[in-house]
Design a protein around this ligand. Sequence first.
Ligand code: ZN
Length: 248
Amino acid sequence: MPLFSSEALVLRTYRLGEADRIVVFLTSDRGKKRGVAKGARRTRSRFLGALEPFTCVHVSYYERENRDLVRVSEVETVRSPLAARDLGSLNYIGYFAELVDECAQEADPNERLYRLGASIVEAMVSGVSIERLARYFEYWLLRLQGVYPPAIACHECEAALEDGGAWISAREGMFLCPSCGELREGLRLSALSIRFLHDASRIGPADLEEISWSIQISRELEAAHSSLIATHLDKELRSMRVMRELQN
Ligand SMILES: [Zn+2]
């Protein structure tokens, strides 16, 4: 049985039998894995504390031939989101972990997704305010998933979007300038929100405290992102079902 070791992000766990847990984690190098953590539910388990969702860990696991489940041998906490300084952050842990879980594919290496998640945990612990961090995280997640385009410009006339704000189509995730977007279905983003996205595309999460921010930006982007995520994941889930049906 080959042994692998890497940095990973714990996404979720569920019970297995009397004393064990299944752990779902995103490795930095080999994609999402599912593994058995023996004895993880015992009070003196060696995994204690390290299996909370969205914890950055160092994990060692054995892969077994022709088995989807790996066997987790060691998990050591590198950084725990429970150490976040902004206490409101704790409410977001489950949401962040679930988003990564939905976007990560099994055994499909996605180092950028891992690095994004790990940088978010680091920013939480260093005290970056959670709302701007959440909007930043959603922006980058949607961008890595190919929902948000890399360039923040009008999809139709390619105009740069600045002073006039923009429309964003929740269905396609495309930006439209005020004149192209006028008659289309979409959500309005003010110039301030567009500015935030511009800044977010250029900086790391640790620098989020440096850029302009307001409640209005948070509300606008929260509405846009939740609708983009719902649309995108719906598609994902459908395609996963189709794939399963094709395999059976
Ligand atoms: Zn346009």
